[in-house]
Write a protein that binds this ligand. Structure first.
Ligand code: ATP
Ligand code: ZN
Ligand code: MG
Length: 308
């Protein structure tokens, strides 16, 4: 299939989701409202993740979908993904500047050039606020830490693909501790993730993956990430059978965040981290794709898993 074929197929499926009322268009690719039916599926899937993680004793944290700009700068996100970041700018001028803004607006000119950066940046992945928070508490306890987060995330990747949104939700568990603790966590969730998705009657594949690091240096980072098998994705076909969509990801950051934030284990070593991320909209879309647009008609076992 050519790129045009793929895009046509994605756009057609997006239009179908809009026609079915599940997604509400805004005129911007990747920016949608969601219907009550869609949100109900998201809520039930969120609750299901909690059930599968119950007993692990994760500490729940909920942040708004934005980061402290200083923390964002320190995270080195701009080194790897400058093209995806979203910063929040605001008007900070006087009355004269306001008049200029209104004139530009009226004349259809660019009114944004006098906007200034605020202290707030959009969250690119739900786990980002966790590292500085945990670092500020001092050395880890012997058992390390396990954190549960859920947040809207922003990535500037406008697309016709309804599964590639600019604002979407990510539920994550984040493990911070020794290399053994962190690897055990990742293995556990790769198994669980597969079983969880299979319990929803969805086809699953697992593959090694890489993040879309920017530029020429990024190509090397991507292949090193693959060679070391640092990222796995659980894939489910949504808009295409040939190139299924990453719906869960399992990331091992090694010492990256521990080093950046100086997070130490109880023994004084630099902490390792890993996270499992659930793409909430993607899983919902996979359910609609495989079981139909009306959850009332989904197979009884799937309904039982989600609605009890
Ligand atoms: P992809 O390779 O498709 O771009 P990713 O590697 O960028 O995905 P992660 O950074 O690992 O994804 O994010 C965790 C999860 O968030 C993914 O497994 C996916 O389910 C979801 N996700 C990522 N980007 C988007 C997006 N643009 N729209 C909707 N969900 C997304
Ligand atoms: Zn993460
Ligand atoms: Mg991506």
């Amino acid at each position: 299939m050519t790129t045009t074929d793929v895009k046509d197929k994605q756009a057609a499926y997006r239009d179908e989701l809009v026609k079915q009322g599940l997604l509400i268009p805004t005129g911007v690719d990747g920016l949608y409202g969601r219907s009550g039916v869609f949100e109900d599926v998201i809520e039930r899937f969120d609750a299901l993740i909690t059930v599968w993680g119950r007993g692990d004793g994760a500490e729940v944290m909920r942040f708004p979908p934005a980061l402290n700009r200083r923390a964002f700068e320190q995270s080195e996100y701009l080194k790897s993904f400058p093209h995806l970041a979203g910063t929040i700018h605001s008007f900070a001028g006087d009355e004269r500047a306001h008049r200029t803004l209104l004139r530009r607006l009226e004349e259809g000119q660019d009114w944004t050039e006098d906007q200034v950066a605020t202290d707030v940046v959009m969250t690119p992945a739900a786990c980002y606020p966790v590292y500085p928070t945990v670092a500020a508490r001092g050395p880890l306890p012997g058992e390390g830490r396990l954190i549960d987060v859920f947040s809207y995330c922003f990535r500037h990747e406008p697309s016709l693909d309804p599964a590639r949104m600019q604002l979407f939700r990510m539920r994550e568990y984040i493990r911070i501790g020794t290399p053994d603790q962190v690897m055990e966590f990742r293995e556990l969730w790769i198994e669980r993730g597969r079983d969880l998705i299979a319990s929803l009657g969805l086809p699953v594949g697992i593959d090694v993956a890489n993040d879309p690091f920017f530029g020429r240096a990024g190509k090397m980072l991507s292949s090193s990430q693959r060679d070391q098998k640092l990222k796995f994705e659980l894939l489910i076909p949504i808009t295409s059978e040939e190139s299924p969509t990453a719906c869960l990801s399992f990331n091992y950051h090694q010492e990256h965040f521990g080093h950046l934030w100086d997070i130490r284990t109880a023994d004084g070593e630099v902490a390792h981290t890993a996270c499992v991320g659930f793409g909430m909209e993607r899983v919902a879309l996979a359910l609609f794709r495989h079981h139909g647009f009306d959850p009332a008609t989904w197979p009884a076992p799937v309904r039982a898993v989600l609605w009890g």
